[in-house]
Ligand binder design. Sequence first.
Ligand SMILES: Nc1ncnc2c1ncn2[C@@H]1O[C@H](COP(=O)(O)OP(=O)(O)OP(=O)(O)O)[C@@H](O)[C@H]1O
Ligand SMILES: CC(C)(CO)[C@@H](O)C(=O)[O-]
Ligand code: BAL
Length: 308
Amino acid sequence: MQVYNSVASYRAWRASLSADSTVGVVPTMGALHAGHLSLARAAATANTHVVVTIFLNPAQFAPTEDLASYPKTMDQDLAALEALNASLPPSASGQVTTVFAPTVAEMYPAGIPLVRNEQVGTFIEVVPLSAALEGGTRPHFFRGVATVCTKLFNITRPHNVYFGQKDVQQTVILKRLLRDLHFDITMTVVPTEREADGLAMSSRNVFLSGERRKAAPVLYKALRAAEDVYNGGEGRASVILEAARQVLEREGAGMMKLDYVSLNESELLREVDTVERGKGVILSAAMWVLPTVEGEGTVRLIDNLILE
Ligand SMILES: Nc1ncnc2c1ncn2[C@@H]1O[C@H](COP(=O)(O)OP(=O)(O)OP(=O)(O)O)[C@@H](O)[C@H]1O
Ligand SMILES: CC(C)(CO)[C@@H](O)C(=O)[O-]
Ligand code: BAL
């Protein structure tokens, strides 16, 4: 496995590949867990070269958010990818041959202040999708994601890219970006990997311990309760969503604060009042896990299910 830290060195390697090679790219911010590895495994089944990008992207963080404390575990990340390669079945098309882990200066030559009106240069926005759901609380977020992914796609030149269902809005927005900017790239969305108790794996889960970790699966439980109501024949969004809210109120009171729970169509992410069967609607939620003892920070978790 080769690690490239500069655009020029990555490009030299990319240019050396034969025309029949296929490149599958897995963009990450590092602190790899089994969710990331399932993306890399999916990429290895369909590509001769899997490129994992590891870049903690400042542009998607507000000045008030957790960029400084975001976990950084490069040595373990590389070891996890080597271990993944060793565990791939002989039927795999390829393996993780390359890690692209650029510096901030490589990716943002003009610098990247977190305050938006101090930023200089080219930024990509996918409207109006980036204002929905996560965009309500994180208005800067998808501009940062779309910008860095455009840069990463241009640098890495993938045939295929792999993203996780856990960040469902990100997949909808980036699919739109690929289409609108005429990138000749196919996206595969990989199902959410969960802990045994249902909690969606996330790099930020390391900030949860003790009673907060024990209580965190309530988010998934709330979504499952709403899904049960839908599966029972209910189509009204207000009733379906109320089932999720009730679980969070009953089991999360004091420790969890709901940001949103919402039902949205999957094209423009418009909220729906009634779920039309057969169309596929996104049921998603975000909540804050509040500190329970001094020194703990607030942790924001997201999760979603598709109501088929
Ligand atoms: N539990 C998971 N299952 C499947 N894919 C996942 C999971 N968690 C993250 N991913 C995917 O991995 C890619 C990189 O995500 P990222 O590095 O932000 O990790 P993360 O665990 O989502 O971290 P964060 O704490 O920032 O949410 C994204 O496409 C994301 O959707
Ligand atoms: C896609 C991504 C790597 C862009 O920084 C990030 O948003 C993530 O890890 O989901
Ligand atoms: N996967 C989401 C990245 C973020 O929260 O910034």
